[in-house]
Write a protein that binds this ligand. Sequence first.
Ligand SMILES: NC(=O)c1ccc[n+]([C@@H]2O[C@H](COP(=O)([O-])OP(=O)(O)OC[C@H]3O[C@@H](n4cnc5c(N)ncnc54)[C@H](OP(=O)(O)O)[C@@H]3O)[C@@H](O)[C@H]2O)c1
Length: 437
Amino acid sequence: MSVRSRIGVGLVGFGTVGTGVARGLLQRSRILRHSAGSRIVLRRVCDQDFRRSRGLRLPAGLATTDPAKILRDPDIQIVVELIGGIEPAKTFIKEALRRGKHVVTANKALLAEASQELFTEARKANVELGFEASVGGGIPILKALREGLLANHLDAILGIVNGTSNYILTQMREKSLSFHEALLEAKRHGYAERNPTLDISGTDAAHKLVILTLLGFGRQVRLSDIHIEGISALSNADIEYADELGYCIKPLAIAKEVDHELEVRVHPTLLAKSHLLANVDGVYNGIYVHGDLVGAQLFYGRGAGQNPTASAVLSDIADIARRLAQGAVRTFRIGYPNQRILRLRRMDAIESRYYMRFQVIDKPGVLARIAGVLGRHHISIASVHQKERRFARVVPVVMMTHDAKEANVRRALAAIDRMGVVKSHTVAIRTEAPRVK
Ligand SMILES: NC(=O)c1ccc[n+]([C@@H]2O[C@H](COP(=O)([O-])OP(=O)(O)OC[C@H]3O[C@@H](n4cnc5c(N)ncnc54)[C@H](OP(=O)(O)O)[C@@H]3O)[C@@H](O)[C@H]2O)c1
């Protein structure tokens, strides 16, 4: 591998993140050079349309609409893909890798779907694929998992990794907005895309969980292995009742080892207000990691946005440039496969304490009937809270359970929801407690 003192970068996708990366490469050359030990030069920027103003003037001759100008340029060693989506990003990255170029991307959707394919190409070509910006925006969580925590056996990664969902739930709690009002607010502030489906459905968080599981547990899980629930069904009532009981509701991506099995799931979760993640509010991300040597750690920061995401992309570029300057390319290795994990745990088999809200007719004996059904399904009740009795005919009854099996909870709630005195679909939200080891 030749040792280089000048590294050429080609950028495809001059959008939100691409503009931040171009600005960083043009305006932070000294700090990058200090870290990389070589000059990093932005040689080309490709986008399909340059008419839109980005608030950044590119030096003459850099802009192109032809990606081949990047792929075929022998003076470009690092290609940065910031188009997003599956195609043409995938074809473009594979072509760059095949041509012996190192690639940096923030494309979590693509990595969740095709990481093995891309790693194989990178390995064959003996080049690097950097993707720090794909999880947690500006938080260097992947570097922490790959380097800082490498001697640990991890048993839990719990992440608030979607800022849009977290912002919406925070607004619902702090301002008593409905889900739809909070979503509009997120759009107004530019925290939600015009089509926010990937964010609020939990899919974006699941993309990131695939990547976290790969690095933290050395396991390649598919998106279809992950149980995914979004936040759109949450009501203000549940957020309020949870608050009264000492909890907050957070959109959590969970990968954890339980009895030699790995659980991977994304869903709104009740966290005690004392949990390290409980104060991760607004658009912020927080990733809680538990390792056998370090214990609990929390990584916190801005999980998206032009500058935070560009910060992670620039760090990958500088890392690769440094290794190129030293002639020491490092091809990707997944995290050390946790030997204790034998298989993925089926969702039916997970155990959790549950928050349950029943909407029932207010008459004697109803609680006893519900408790009876729960008992027959091996679910024991930790506490019962009856709300707003006054003169309403239908009242909410909130229960916290002790640890119960998901399959039992589903069966019990199906039976309870068939009872004539239960007037709407019962809400059940899982809880997560901190690891105490
Ligand atoms: N935004 C964030 O905060 C953030 C955070 C973490 C990760 N990411 C990831 O970073 C990537 C980029 O996100 P972004 O928010 O910067 O997206 P964006 O603002 O939509 O930028 C994408 C840019 O690529 C251009 N483009 C699309 N197809 C192209 C093609 N075939 N050839 C050349 N240019 C093309 C787009 O042009 P048009 O506008 O004309 O389509 C747009 O200018 C995505 O993978 C995203 O998931 C983003």
